[in-house]
Design a protein around this ligand. Sequence first.
Ligand code: ZN
Ligand code: ZN
Length: 144
Amino acid sequence: MLCERCKRRPAVNEIQVVENGIPVTRKFCRNCTVELMSGYVPVVKRCPVCQMTQNELAHLRKAGCATCYTVFRDELIKITRQYQQGHDVHVGSIPDVLRTPDERIEERLHKLAGELQRAVEQEDYERAARIKKEIIQLKGQGEA
Ligand SMILES: [Zn+2]
Ligand SMILES: [Zn+2]
């Protein structure tokens, strides 16, 4: 099953999107998922499936559905780590979906997406262009 967006890479995530008012499930590769999530992200992240927000996630300390693991990947890793360090509570292992060989690149991409958004908000287009370039370079590595 190939990604329905780029039709090049294998699809690994099923994401429910609304098309013409009708929710449909689409299958995307990791790259496209990251792009979609970082492209038109509102300031507050929200899971498109269960509508969980970043704040709710931090409060509940658990994902609402499988898509949450994609949307709030960074947050969940942080929460899991905090929990295991700060409290003597075992909350289970990090789900497989969170562990990939290109984890480092994706983590960086996530960070850059945030920086890009900030740069655009601050109308610092020079910086935004630099960040975009770095994102494109990183994506090239991810595909290798
Ligand atoms: Zn794709
Ligand atoms: Zn969810």
